[in-house]
Design a protein around this ligand. Sequence first.
Ligand code: CP
Length: 309
Amino acid sequence: KRHLISAGDLSRDDALLILDTAEELAQVSQRSIKKLPTLRGRTVVNLFFEDSTRTRISFEAAAKRLSADVINFSAKGSSVSKGESLKDTALTLQAMGADAVVIRHSASGAPHRLAEWVDGSIVNAGDGTHEHPTQALLDAFSMRRRLGPLDGRRVTIVGDVLHSRVARSNVLLLATLGAQVTLVAPPTLLPVSVGSWPCEISYDLDGVLPKSDVVMMLRVQRERMNAAFFPSAREYSRRYGLDRDRLGRMPDHAVVMHPGPMNRGMEIAAEVADSPRSTIVEQVTNGVTIRMAVLYLLLGGAELEGGAQ
Ligand code: CP
């Protein structure tokens, strides 16, 4: 495949190839090999129109560990603030020779449009409320490392599904990988399309927790809500927050996930986020590995360990 725009575009074989390649890369870095020459001479452009900490930095780290040249573009401080369009911005970057463009944009569908205008590979790093496929891949990788193969595993995703590109990409990818997904959310924070998603819906968090292998908490995305509809933090955390008592309802082997950034004290208690049951820090580390695998596979790099340093 040339682009990674939707988790739904990945077949089971595609997804397993990415996860297995990431596993190979994780083994390589455990042997203290910091840098691989595989994408030497290639250029990766990070094109971020929306704020990001984890995704932007991890794509940069991933590209550099594969020896690619990296150009970081952020809309703030660029000619976008003078009104330059996405298309003209993209054509400018293309003229500078981008082999891959990693894009985050507030408009759902922006990566798809970009793929019509530039020759390089497009990687969706989050588009509006639509998708965030590399987040879903790093989440699946993190689950697999803790729990083994995902077939038949029960994953509960809790919270602001309406605004969550992470939830949609996870539901699509996890269904492809054979997991059973349940969404738990207030009815006002579920999208109307959710009935067609390959998952179940529940409004009873306490009933679902004892049957979960993974509980993934979502951030309440206040910046995408009309202020009049902000849920009260106290009421939200009482109904849908993961605190110590709820952690105690989960099976002993079950893990807690959150894509970050977190609203500590709202969707997740600080002591739960920092507990050994939480994979939140591992998710960030695994994000670099997954993004290395994605860039490597899309750009058809040389053999992984040839000339490693
Ligand atoms: N999980 C995630 O996408 O985080 P950032 O917004 O910091 O990239």
